[in-house]
Design a protein around this ligand. Structure first.
Ligand code: PGA
Length: 249
């Protein structure tokens, strides 16, 4: 059985006291689903969040990291630094990192390697922009994002990789891919994996959908057979909404 996962990406939101209040609210809500739950605060709040949530079943994860072990990379954070404050999972390749910070497939391949070398789990994000969707090129784009950053890995590595399909046109726009569009793309992603690594690997990798998932659309999206959960932005900043999505499973 593939893992069901709902991960909240808090992006560059919430200072320390806001982070503490959101965690306080999250802890009050009962989880009724079997999905794994994760939240990704910003770097400065990771340690505090980890300490506050370590006795719960909410995992604290990071939004990004650098590929180097250490050294002269001003402003960056390494895998071992994340591990030293308890973080075991990192989001890599978010479209905002690709767009605003020029992260390339090549750079992401190195980040994935660094995370795996440190025994971390990766939530690897990718997705097409609106023009690619309109011109019918979305599968080519997504296929090459996956191949370029991940297909140098051996099959075993996929035990530590979660994929997150996030159409860029649906992130923070209120416009979500229809459940059918999500399912079609997730099936394509699974086939892409199966063609390279075989069905056993393809069937074992969780593929999350991200892009304007809200309490009112989560259940329908999650009901699709190849959708194993969600990466949630805006709605993850409100504890009630986030848990309504978690409990939609
Ligand atoms: P959104 O963000 O839910 O606000 O669209 C999703 C994401 O960027 O992971």
């Amino acid at each position: 059985m593939r893992k069901q996962i709902v991960a909240g990406n808090w992006k560059m939101n919430n200072d320390l006291s806001q982070t503490e209040s959101l965690i306080y609210e999250l802890k009050k809500i009962e989880k009724t689903s079997t999905a794994e739950v994760m939240v990704a605060p910003t770097f400065t709040n990771l340690y505090k969040a980890f300490e506050s949530l370590k006795d719960t079943d909410i995992e604290v994860i990071a939004q990004n990291m650098h590929f180097a072990v250490n050294g002269a990379y001003t402003g960056e954070i390494s895998a071992s630094m994340l591990k030293s404050v308890g973080i075991q999972t990192v989001i890599l390749g978010h479209s905002e990192r690709r767009e605003y910070f020029n992260e390339t497939d090549e750079m992401l391949a190195k980040k994935v390697d660094a995370a795996l070398a440190n025994s971390m789990r990766v939530i690897f994000c990718f997705g097409e922009v609106l023009e690619d969707r309109k011109s019918g090129n979305h599968e080519n784009v997504v296929g090459s994002q996956i191949k370029n950053a991940l297909f140098h890995l051996d099959a075993d590595a996929f035990k530590h990789i979660v994929l997150a399909y996030e159409p860029v046109w649906a992130i923070g726009t209120g416009e979500t891919a229809s459940p059918e569009q999500a399912q079609d793309m997730h099936a394509f992603i699974r086939k892409t994996l199966a063609d390279k690594y075989g069905n056993e690997v393809a069937d074992s990798v969780s593929i999350l959908y991200g892009g304007s998932v809200k309490p009112n659309n989560a259940q329908e999206i999650f009901s699709k057979p190849d959708v194993d959960g969600g990466l949630i932005g805006g709605a993850a900043l409100n504890a009630t909404d986030f848990f309504a999505i978690v409990n939609a499973f």
